[in-house]
Design a protein around this ligand. Structure first.
Ligand code: KG4
Ligand code: ZN
Length: 327
């Protein structure tokens, strides 16, 4: 079995995965959403302190599996430096105490492997990763062959939902809150510009849209009814940006199988628009189970199973955290 730890942002999670069968034997996650909600976003130092409190509590519950552990895996990059260090330090302590190998897992590869929890891998895949930290398109041929073909130049898709929710004083995380508000709004009421719509570049940008929404919120003033239309129009344009860029990309790279992963892949409007986009290609759409879209340790454990089989271990001295993504 492998014990895996996730602490790259505001979720403390630990999982136990059986190597031979990919079976998830234990998974516990404690989210810090309520604690960060008053600030309208994640406060790194508060997140780190909460990880330091909760991770040992979850680990206590995983103790019955300790005698069967063959390795310990942990998210080491990318993420918030002060929170990654909490998981990595715990993983190193376990590796020393139980004398087992250490596996450092890339969080983005974790999101890709959220598709394969309790399953075999299925490659090749075109992957759209939409989370709080990332918006990118990748061609994935295997664990070792991942090419990023498009990424965001500034904010991410999920982050833009968080920021719009903050402008409206709705709380955090913004994704589900904006999605709920948008449900009763008019998607065409506000004619926000689709980001980079005139650029031939296949890339994403959300800072301009965010500022356009900020002006609309200011103009709406106390008229909260208008917030529904702003949310709906924002969700519409944020999604259209992705579908337009994917459509452009598909002209030269027609998809066979597209997966959407990451916390924001839970967005129903995005899912429905991408389903529509894929119809002419007769391409398959793969999604993770809803409970594994957002950050979790089960996806880290699933990557670790494949890394373990290939003896992709890290030495205690060499494994370090890296806040920035290298993908
Ligand atoms: O993958 P994740 O849990 O954490 C990161 O790796 O960043 O993604 C969290 C992000 C947050 O920005 C949250 O607002 C967004 O995913 N999110 C959504 C929805 N549910 C979560 N965004 C849009 N629509 C949703 N339904
Ligand atoms: Zn994530």
């Amino acid at each position: 079995m492998i014990l895996s730890i996730e602490s790259s942002c505001d979720d403390s999670a630990i999982a136990i995965t059986e190597i031979a069968t990919n079976k998830l034997l234990f998974h516990k996650k404690i989210s810090q959403e309520i604690e960060h909600s008053v600030y309208g976003g994640v406060v790194p130092e508060l997140a780190a302190r909460l990880h330091a409190e909760t991770l040992p509590k979850i680990l206590e519950q995983a103790k019955p599996y300790f005698k069967d552990l063959k390795a310990v895996a942990v998210t080491s990059s990318p993420g918030l430096a002060v929170t990654l260090i909490e998981g990595v330090t715990m993983a190193k302590a376990i590796a020393i105490a139980l004398d087992i190998p250490l596996i450092g897992v890339n969080h983005l590869i974790g999101h890709i492997y959220s598709l394969f929890i309790e399953k075999e891998t299925l490659f090749p895949l075109t992957v759209l990763l939409v989370s709080g930290g990332h918006t990118q398109v990748m061609e994935v041929k295997s664990l070792h062959d991942i090419t990023t073909v498009a990424k965001s130049m500034d904010d991410s898709f999920g982050e833009s939902f968080d920021k719009v929710a903050k402008m409206m004083d709705l709380g955090y995380p913004g994704g589900p809150l904006i999605q709920a508000l948008a449900k009763d709004g008019d998607r065409l009421k506000y004619n926000f510009t689709v980001p980079l719509h005139q650029s031939p570049q296949i890339a994403f940008s959300y800072s301009g849209l965010k500022n356009a929404v900020r002006l609309a919120v200011q103009e709406a003033g106390e008229d909260k009814e208008l917030y529904k239309d702003i949310a709906a129009s924002f969700e519409h344009i944020a999604t259209k940006h992705i579908t337009m860029k994917l459509k452009k990309y598909f002209k030269t790279h027609p998809p066979k199988c597209l997966a959407i992963v990451g916390g924001a892949s839970a967005n129903l409007y995005l899912r429905s628009q991408i389903e529509e986009l894929l119809k002419p290609y007769k391409a398959e759409l793969l999604l993770s189970e809803l409970q594994y879209c957002s950050d979790n340790a089960a996806m880290i454990g699933r990557v670790a199973v494949d890394m373990y089989k290939e003896k992709m271990f890290s030495s205690l001295e060499a494994l370090d955290i890296c806040a920035k993504s290298k993908m």
